[in-house]
Design a binder for this molecule. Structure first.
Ligand SMILES: NC(=O)c1ccc[n+]([C@@H]2O[C@H](COP(=O)([O-])OP(=O)(O)OC[C@H]3O[C@@H](n4cnc5c(N)ncnc54)[C@H](O)[C@@H]3O)[C@@H](O)[C@H]2O)c1
Length: 386
């Protein structure tokens, strides 16, 4: 019988609990929970569902040195992701890291170097890349079906959070504990999809609102203008303040316009490309005729356990990793640049000036204080996957 991949989980809060339950519930039958690591009260909560055979640690270093694990799931608050991933990789363990790749591009760049040198499997939980509409969009773009992309407009304001969310853990919503807000936590998924679909911008101009409708220090609303070297321009708006929110991506391209809304794709396809129409049209006014095509998208992504299962298969079989950990850096470059631009009220280049970003974040973290009193609560993450 095949021996199971022995997983150790660092952080038994929302994400760690979700991953443990996916393994224990049988969704990932080729792995077992060999160890968990967290503080006393979280371990006490975890004991209600982890098997007796799983070792429990209050020290991360002791867990990775214990010899009980082949792989580590890093599910601690963002800031610890790079350091904990590097330690595990250097100890010869495979790593499945929660998004984001930390909070600073400088630490993420170091993490990627360590991962490349380790030869171990390093994957990241950007689960939304598995969504069938994302896979379809990538196909449409790479096949040339859309022609040249002119402009992108993404309104991602369907991430409403109330103050009770920020009160559920002491690290949330503060510069010292979380290092950012909507962009680093919820909408890092959108930034990841942006770079996955359109590549990295060359520079950005960010406009963040800090604590607009929540008792937090960090941004709960952000708008950014993104300028790509290939001429693509884009506007991204994200918010944790609005309900009902909107998730609408509009891609203006030389074959018309593609709209993604509520996971449905609609292509307003021109009969000829805009370049061709422009060359041939001698009437001054007029536009090319177009058809409205609903693009079929079928299937459903497994957002709770799909990527962890893929990671386990990659370790055991050497099969491809769907989201290589090193790709987490790209969304962080954009996130750091939007914040830096907003703080300095000027353009920020991508790759970001990591020294400037770290300096600005450090200033804010030094003055950080939690205004909401917090009591640790664990939620069912299924409620956050729309
Ligand atoms: N991929 C997704 O869709 C998704 C969803 C939720 C959370 N996340 C990510 O997972 C991470 C954790 O988020 P969460 O909501 O589970 O937070 P949480 O506060 O619920 O859980 C974090 C846990 O880590 C523990 N912890 C802190 N420092 C530790 C250390 N040094 N060693 C061991 N444990 C430690 C805390 O005590 C806590 O129990 C975040 O980075 C978040 O962005 C990703």
């Amino acid at each position: 019988m095949e021996s199971k991949l022995r997983i150790g989980i660092a952080g038994m809060g929302n994400a760690g609990t979700m991953h443990a339950k996916a393994v224990l519930g049988g969704s990932i039958s080729r792995a077992c929970i060999a160890a968990v690591c967290d503080g006393k009260s979280s371990l006490e909560r975890a004991r209600q569902f982890i098997p007796e055979s799983a070792r429990q640690f209050e020290s991360y270093d002791e867990m990775i040195a214990s010899g009980s694990c082949d792989a580590i799931v890093v599910a601690t608050p963002h800031m610890q992701h790079p350091e904990q991933s590097v330690k595990a990789l250097k100890a010869g363990l495979h790593v499945f890291c929660e998004k984001p790749s930390g909070v600073s591009a400088s630490a993420a760049r170091e993490m990627n170097k360590a991962a490349a040198a380790s030869g171990k499997v390093f994957a990241m939980d950007f689960s939304r890349r598995q969504e069938p509409y994302v896979i379809k969009l990538r196909e449409l773009i790479s096949s040339g079906e859309l022609g040249e992309i002119y402009r992108v407009n993404w309104i991602a304001t369907n991430w409403y959070r109330s103050d009770s969310y920020f009160a559920s853990a002491a690290w949330r919503g503060t510069w010292a504990g979380e290092g950012g807000g909507a962009l680093i936590n919820q909408c890092i998924h959108i930034l990841d999809l942006w770079q996955h679909l359109f590549g990295l911008p060359d520079r950005v101009r960010g406009f963040c609102r800090f604590g607009k409708k929540h008792s937090v220090e960090v941004e709960d609303e952000a708008t950014a203008f993104l300028e790509h070297g290939n001429g693509v321009t884009g506007v991204l708006s994200v918010s944790l303040c609005e309900s009902p929110g909107t998730d609408r991506l509009e891609i203006a391209c030389s074959r018309g316009k593609l709209v993604l809304e509520s996971k449905s794709l609609r292509f307003y396809k021109t009969e000829v490309s805009l370049e061709e129409f422009n060359r041939a049209n001698d009437k001054g006014f007029g536009e090319p005729p177009f058809q409205v095509c609903e693009i079929p998208v079928s299937g459903e992504a497994d957002l709770t356990s799909g990527l962890l299962k893929n990671f386990v298969d990659a370790v055991l079989d050497g099969s491809p990793v769907l989201v290589p950990g090193s790709e987490g850096l790209a969304s962080l470059e954009i996130e750091n640049a939007i914040l830096l631009s907003s703080w300095t009220d000027s353009w920020a280049g991508v790759p970001v000036d990591a020294e400037a970003f770290d300096r600005e974040l450090k200033k804010r973290a030094a003055a950080s204080k939690k205004t909401l009193s917090s009591t640790m609560k664990v939620f069912d993450l299924k409620d956050s996957f729309k």
